[in-house]
Design a binder for this molecule. Structure first.
Ligand code: SF4
Ligand code: SF4
Length: 417
């Protein structure tokens, strides 16, 4: 049965599937931290049921328990009864947003900026100018408060944002063409991590794919969807479906598992034939490259220890936990190690790192400590949000570990033709 999460009856149906066994509790970061039933998946489900039956009000206390959930979906992945916790919490956030009398200004600003390429790029330009002119330290508080309205954004940004390059609409295959793919560039990634996108183009073209980059694509809308802002998330989804429908690519490739998990859900969310066709074409870059012959490329050896971080969306939603390991096996001499406690969220969780900084920082600290113990010189992560957040934690502690996407490491070792 297809469930529409913003529908109360459907939310009750999801919550009623929970048999309250508690098997999910040890997988939940907030439960492990607080040891409080109301901070566990089972507790939240019980609270949501009571709310939907109008037995309790949506007061500040309840909001706190719901807002402290990372939506990491570790509970859903471990639930033997198949409770769709992700849909439940997303659905309840739609109801929460509808009832909000005083919207959270910082959150609204984030949703507004990320929904508009123009606003996002203008904000980035301003920050870059301040960084280049040496006035950034002086202006950073003002930028935080008045431009982006995010009290913790500055610590997340790289010390120098590079000037954004425009993409060509097409990059031809190198050698015989074996297919045509389109690249989803993302909103924030297309500003602060164009290097990963360039590496994706390099690997795809060397693997025989013609790559097109639809110019009118937009943010995936995941942030908006998980904040209950279905108006914006649906309009962003429609913009992307239109942008990618023009060029008839056989596959739509993304380089961020957080965005990809959401792009793959367009069909379920919009329930139109066009949205379903779009969703079926979406694939994660490393996963795609492994399926379509990246193994044939000549790769230089590298003697290095690399720690692999698994984003929640890669592990719990895409279920592709082995993908970065399989990809990096292609580099001779490389030692890969899973980052300890990879089964727990790093705290980034979309906008959670900005909204719940205390809990987020505690979770990140566990990653930073684990990385220090691993003695790896490089950390790879397949999601831009996690990579940015962990890199900021490492910077703050003066740890010189490079954080990159696994495909960037592979592209670096590629013997180019
Ligand atoms: S969500 Fe699943 S694992 Fe957790 S208590 Fe309910 S049925 Fe058990
Ligand atoms: S989504 Fe994550 S934080 Fe939220 S209840 Fe499930 S395991 Fe806990």
């Amino acid at each position: 049965m297809s469930i529409h999460p913003d529908n109360r009856a459907d939310l009750l149906e999801i919550s009623d599937q929970c048999v309250m066994c508690g098997i999910c509790a040890p997988h939940c970061p907030t439960y492990l931290k607080y040891r409080n039933e109301a901070e566990s998946p089972r507790g939240r489900i019980a609270l949501i049921q009571a709310l939907l039956h109008n037995k309790i009000p949506l007061d500040e206390k309840l909001k706190q328990h719901l807002d402290s959930c990372l939506n990491c979906q570790a509970c859903e992945a471990s639930c033997p009864s198949g409770v769709k916790y992700g849909e439940l919490i997303d659905g309840i956030r739609v109801q929460q947003r509808a009832q909000e009398q005083q919207p959270n200004r910082a959150k609204e600003k984030l949703l507004e900026i990320t929904a508009s390429n123009k606003k996002l790029r203008n904000s980035a330009k301003l920050i870059r100018l301040a960084q280049l002119s040496g006035t950034y330290k002086l202006l950073s508080k003002g930028i935080e408060r008045f431009i982006v309205e995010q009290p913790h954004i500055n610590e997340l940004l790289p010390e120098r944002i590079s000037a954004r390059q425009n993409w060509a609409e097409q990059y031809p295959a190198i050698g015989d063409e074996q297919g045509h793919v389109s690249l989803f560039t993302g909103c924030i990634a297309d500003i602060i991590d164009q290097g990963t996108l360039q590496d994706a183009i390099t690997l795809l073209t060397h693997s025989g794919f013609r790559v097109t980059i639809p110019p009118h694509q937009a943010c995936c809308g995941a942030l908006h969807h998980h904040a209950g802002d279905t108006t914006r998330s649906h309009s962003l989804a429609e913009a992307n479906i239109d942008a990618f429908s023009d060029n008839n690519a056989e596959h739509i490739i993304h380089c961020a598992t957080g965005c990809g998990a959401h792009l793959m859900a367009y069909g379920q969310q919009l329930t139109t034939p066009k949205a379903e066709a779009f969703a079926l074409k979406v694939d994660e870059i490393s996963h795609f490259l492994l399926k379509y012959g990246v193994q044939k490329l000549s790769i230089k050896p590298l003697t290095e220890v690399v720690s692999i971080h698994l984003p929640c969306t890669q592990r719990n939603v895409l279920k592709q936990s082995t993908t970065p390991f399989d990809l990096l096996k292609l580099i001779p001499g490389l030692t890969t190690k899973p980052l300890a406690d990879n089964n727990f969220c790093c705290g980034a969780a979309g906008s959670y790192m900005l909204e719940q900084p205390q809990m987020a920082q505690q979770l990140r600290q566990q990653k930073v400590d684990a990385l220090q113990q691993s003695q790896a010189g490089i950390l790879v992560s397949s999601n831009i949000g996690c990579a940015m957040y962990i890199a900021a934690g490492l910077r703050q502690q003066g740890q010189a570990v490079e954080v990159i996407h696994p495909i960037s490491l592979l592209a670096r070792q590629l013997k180019k033709r």
